[in-house]
Design a protein around this ligand. Structure first.
Ligand SMILES: *Cc1c(COP(=O)(O)O)cnc(C)c1O
Length: 489
């Protein structure tokens, strides 16, 4: 139903108002006629487009008002589990805007862009060191694309050995949804390995599944429940003995920097999300960066071209007959890679280790603050994130979704909810290392208040949010019947 106010508030256009002033066009009429000839007449409009006519001040106020409706890590706490919404240092932005980086073109001759190539070379080496891998490609533009590229390399590796019957990729039931999806897109059949009562991969089940048809095991460690897979060395042995490869989903590496390395755990391939762990801004849909590291025996299959050093010059090597090919135009999202490079150089080895120590400390501190008020399915030391269950509140008729919506009233971004799917009424909380103790305390206080409200005044939570620009949106309707165009009607 349309209210009377809505169009009045939204519609600000009045004929004749302008937000710009431009000099008169100096193009001749002939030129315009010529231009019109370039397009077939059926594509030309008969009438002037109906564009909003507003003053510069109205325009500025409109966009400024819209910008305050966004929640970002610069505006408030953002404990969205598995997404690592840490602070993005502004120094990164200064470096990314240096003209020598910002104004180069990927088709410039190599000798003109040696500095930029050196950054890519050094970043790849740093990431190889951090993960314990032998070589890294910076091409993939996201975590999911990194997964796919990594699996394509594993596939090429098996095929090169003539082992074409390796069609299965084993994925735990707690895995991020992109894992089985990437396996499928890479032409494999994903099979699920169970999580046991410890919240870890069920080793017996893994033994049953591993065999001659195993191409790889994809694993996140710490897993999406925030728990470290302690049996990883044994799991690696099981998979390697079966002839498979180990794939590490390192999208959130916030618990392991400088402490342990996937390469040392036995993994053969790893992707990182530079837009999560390494402070690339994200949350608005990109751009991302998902570099992939591989062990020695997979190097021939890396996406091409590969950056190599030849007599003090960095150059792109296209002569890679076993390469899976190019996976992204140009050379990856250079701007995001540059920010990650700046971050790594700013932090240094000791600083990165401190990142993980503080991320784990913050998560454990918050977990213990909240534990008395919610169900804690795995009561053990967590890594960079932890999982609570809203089962207790659900009994009072208040769902995890309701509580997430209620958090909005207090200016917090809710945690990830209903994922991983193997925990009922799940809330996955990742505070990250960049939050102060006071922020964690204030958030805990609000969570505790909501837990009390769930019992004492459930309607307050069920009707939430009360103070946001929009209330609960009909997500299904928005997806099925999107209204993409403003109709002045
Ligand atoms: C975010 C995430 C991904 C996917 O990364 P994208 O960059 O969004 O494609 C994969 N695995 C895990 C565990 C993640 O948290």
């Amino acid at each position: 139903m349309k209210t009377i106010e809505m169009p009045l508030i939204f519609e600000r256009s009045r004929p004749g108002r302008v937000a710009y002033s431009l000099p008169d066009s100096d193009h001749s009429c002939e030129y315009e006629a010529e231009l019109a000839n370039l397009l077939p007449s059926e594509y030309l409009r008969d009438e002037e487009p109906e564009l909003p006519e507003v003053s510069e001040l109205q325009l500025i106020r409109h966009y400024t008002a819209l910008s305050t409706r966004n929640h970002g890590v610069d505006s408030g706490f953002y404990p969205l589990g598995s997404c690592t919404m840490k602070y993005n240092p502004k120094l990164n932005e200064d470096v990314a805007r240096l003209p020598g980086f910002a104004y180069i073109h990927p088709y410039q001759p190599e000798e003109q862009v040696q500095g930029a190539l050196q950054v890519m070379y050094d970043l790849a080496q740093s990431l190889a060191e951090i993960t314990g891998m032998d070589a890294v490609t910076l091409q993939p533009a996201a975590g999911a694309q990194g997964e796919w590229a990594g699996l394509m390399m594993i596939r090429a590796f098996h095929e090169a050995k003539g082992e074409t019957a390796r069609t299965k990729v084993i994925v735990p039931d707690s895995a991020h949804g992109t894992n089985p999806a990437s396996a499928t897109v890479a032409g494999f059949d994903p099979v699920t390995v169970r999580t046991d009562e410890r919240g870890l991969v069920d080793l017996e089940h893994l033994r049953e599944l591993a065999g001659e048809d195993t191409a790889a095991l994809m694993l996140t460690n710490p897993n999406t429940l925030g728990l470290f897979e302690k049996d990883i060395v044994e799991m690696a042995a099981i998979i390697h003995e079966a002839g498979g490869k180990l794939y590490y989903d390192g999208a959130n590496s916030n618990a392991i920097l400088g402490i342990t390395r996937p390469g040392d755990m036995g993994f053969d391939v790893v992707h990182l999300n530079l837009h999560k762990t390494f402070t690339g801004p994200h949350g608005g849909g990109g751009p991302g960066s998902g570099p992939v590291g591989v062990k020695e025996d997979l190097i021939p299959f890396l996406p091409k071209p590969v950056l190599v050093k030849k007599e003090d010059m960095l150059t792109w090597d296209y002569e890679r007959p076993q390469s899976i090919g190019r996976v992204k135009p140009y050379h990856g999202n250079f701007g995001i890679n540059l920010r990650a490079y700046t971050y790594i150089r700013t932090m240094g080895a000791q600083g990165l280790k401190r990142v993980s120590e503080d991320a784990v400390l913050n998560a454990n501190y918050l977990m213990r603050q909240l534990q008395p008020y919610f169900d804690l399915p795995y009561d053990t030391v967590c890594m960079h994130e932890f999982v609570l269950s809203g089962k207790r509140q659900k009994k009072a008729g208040v769902s995890t979704l309701d509580m997430a919506k209620r958090l909005l009233d207090f200016g917090y971004h809710p945690p990830t909810i209903y994922f991983p799917t193997n925990v009922e009424e799940c809330m996955m909380i990742e505070p990250t290392e960049t939050e102060a103790k006071e922020t964690l305390d204030a958030f805990a206080e609000v969570m505790i208040q909501i837990a009390k409200e769930a019992v004492e005044e459930p309607e307050t939570v069920k009707q939430a949010p009360h103070h946001t620009a929009v209330r609960r949106l009909d997500e299904a309707l928005a997806a099925r019947k999107p209204v993409l165009k403003y109709d002045r009607g």
